[in-house]
Design a protein around this ligand. Structure first.
Ligand code: SAH
Length: 344
């Protein structure tokens, strides 16, 4: 019997564009895909799921990305910033709950200049020396990234969002550019960060071919972490009239990513959990191996509204963790609290 496309993808970690299109354009391979991805994930990471504590420390942003609820032009967004003390309390609480990775994510907020970021990072580093510090604060210069790294940050998340130039332009106004986004990612790698990239599935104007470009770009970048999730619309953006991305296609992409990048850390994202009640469980079964519970103070959680109906905005951090622990277990996996470095 001849080899199936999924078998070929599993064996070679690659397929031609035409073959990828065949898989992407139908749901008939889905069950075979999920099973193959789960097998590969278990070979590399067993049934382990890593947890990262997400601290959304500012929703001010100087950018105006058309899809994002905290874009500069959304005058209805209620803006907040956490103080250094508040951020450290989040880490403290997270540490007690067993987190060994803190992800500081925010809009590109000019208030947090390099000196302030370095001060926050080095304070976290001094107190939680056995933890990974992940930053996700957008596009900066090589020198700024280097300073954060020297202060103790060791991972960085920056989704490329789409690897097609024309599509990038439809999602982002000037002066943002795909070239600069890519430059940032390669700078981060060069400095020595563990780098995460990724994209939205089903963002406005996205064609299936764009997703193939995303996969090709990731093959070039070889990131340690790959975060994807369905696009979810937000009323206070120019894209309010657009449909949400497809849940099924997002799961299919997670499986393809697992087979192409067996070693990668792939989160089952909040966006997946928002678009489907059991989205995160399904993401894990499709090959994801990371979850990122929220550690932000409950008082600000609703305000970090990248898209509508975002889940987990009401619970305390401890509740968030136990809820996820239960979900992960019900999917057949187990949360572990170690630092969770990539296994190349
Ligand atoms: N300012 C940082 C953090 C961005 S928020 C940066 O530039 O990297 C994290 C991710 O949320 C984004 O990279 C984007 O992929 C995703 N996101 C933003 N708006 C979204 C939406 N409407 N639906 C789904 N995901 C969205």
């Amino acid at each position: 019997m001849s080899e199936t496309l999924i078998e070929k993808l599993t064996k070679t970690c690659d397929l031609s564009d035409d073959e990828l299109l065949k898989i992407l354009n139908t749901d008939k391979y889905d069950n075979e895909l999920y099973a193959a991805a789960d097998k590969v994930r278990r070979e590399h990471y067993g049934n382990k799921v890593y947890i990262r504590g997400l601290i959304e420390f500012t929703n001010y942003c100087k950018n105006d990305c058309y899809y994002c609820g905290i874009r500069r032009s959304n005058l209805k967004a209620s803006r907040y910033r956490l103080s250094k003390d508040q951020i450290l309390s989040c880490c403290e609480e997270g540490y007690t709950l067993g987190y060994r990775t803190f992800v500081l994510q925010g809009g590109e907020d000019p208030y947090f200049g390099d000196d302030i970021i370095c001060d926050i990072v080095s304070s976290i580093r001094a107190r939680f020396f056995d933890c990974a510090i992940t930053l996700s604060i957008g596009e900066k210069s090589y020198e700024s990234y280097k300073r954060y790294f020297d202060s103790g940050a060791n991972r960085y998340l920056l989704r490329h969002e789409t690897a097609d130039n024309a599509h990038y332009r439809k999602l982002h106004p000037q002066p943002l550019s795909l070239d600069n986004r890519k430059r940032c990612l390669f700078d981060l790698k060069k400095i020595g960060y563990q780098v995460g990239s990724g994209f939205m599935v089903g963002s406005p104007f996205q064609a299936v071919e764009n997703l193939i470009a995303d996969l090709r770009f990731l093959q070039e970048l070889e990131p340690d972490m790959i975060g994807i999730g369905p696009y979810i619309t937000h009323k206070q953006t120019p894209f309010s009239g657009f449909e949400n991305g497809s849940f099924k296609l997002a799961l299919r992409m997670i499986s393809i990513l697992r087979l192409m990048f067996p070693y990668a850390l792939i989160p089952s994202t909040t966006a997946l959990g928002t678009i489907d009640k059991f989205g995160r469980e399904s993401g894990l079964k499709a090959g994801a191996n990371v979850v990122m519970p929220n550690l932000s103070p409950t008082s600000v959680r609703k305000k970090y509204e990248l898209y509508e109906n975002k889940i987990c905005t009401g619970e305390e951090s401890a509740q968030c963790k136990s809820c996820l622990e239960m979900r992960v277990k019900s999917a057949g996996y187990e949360i572990v609290t170690d630092i969770g470095n990539v296994r190349r």
